[in-house]
Write a protein that binds this ligand. Sequence first.
Ligand code: SAH
Length: 346
Amino acid sequence: MIDIKSLNMKELTNFILEKGEKRYRAEQLFSWMHSRLARNPGEMSNIPKTVKELLKSEAEYTALETVDIQTSEEDGTKKYLFGLSDGNVIESVWMRYRDWNSVCISSQVGCRMGCRFCASTLDGCIRNLTPSEMLDQVYSIRRESGERISNIVIMGSGEPLDNYDALLKFLEIITDEKGLNIGERHITVSTCGLVPEIRRLAELKKQITLAISLHAPNDGKRRSLMPIANKYSVTDLMEAVKYYYEKTGRRITFEYALARDVNDTPEDAAELSGLLKGLNCHVNLIPVNPVRERALRGSSGRRASDFKTELEKNGINVTIRREMGRDIDGACGQLRRKHLEAVFHV
Ligand code: SAH
């Protein structure tokens, strides 16, 4: 069976031609899947029976099942729990700001990166998502919310650069002008710092924003929070980041989760300033969202604002991110975990 929604325009055209159908059918199909967002081939009114039969016998049509939606009463953030065809569940988030919105999608079921503060990684990585499963998170939310999607962040569960090929296919299809046609500049890929993949992505010169989950100013502290830091040093990571900037001209985003007394001291702020000084970047500070299974606690508001001030003194752009959807298990992997606990009593 072919995963038809994961095919780019060229692959879909080849498939259609190989089956003896006309080329323009591929364009129609692509439009139904990626622009009109059909839930199933039955909705495709101008597609003839022969092609629908072909889809039925030879293709698999990815359509996520909405298992649960939680809406934040504080800020309107919605958290979606989606079921995959193999019974796994994943989560996605829809956030609304004043005049734009953003969908945060998952790239894997679980994650194998092992970051100490993160709920997504507690049971490891179960499997990679396919491009169509990544796409359909956006499509399902587009349909359900009735609103045009302005921004996409690949910042949900999973490490997107650990699922590199599917990520690229996703980017290709979501930016296709015959699909949802989301501009590259409206897409952010967040990574814990896989250095070779950052360099590979840089070579493609895409205009997407790269967000680096840094979380510490030096190797020692970073290793205590993120196992990936044992593989790649902060120096190697910063070189890769600079390379990405050289190739793409895109300002880099750094994510820094503030954990009380762990990485939020005045010394940490000074060291981070030294590391980032002179780089065209933006730092997002976010107090660690406490996860039941994890010992870390978020920094106080005072600590966070002192940290911010120190960076600003050094000319670094920085914002303290609003914690959206806190009342609905906003932190990565928490809703999915709660669901699994309720269903399987794990
Ligand atoms: N694997 C990718 C993307 C998924 S994690 C990455 O590491 O960037 C998305 C972001 O949420 C990362 O910056 C991650 O470090 C952060 N994060 C995970 N758990 C968190 C928590 N409990 N509190 C605050 N930020 C968290």
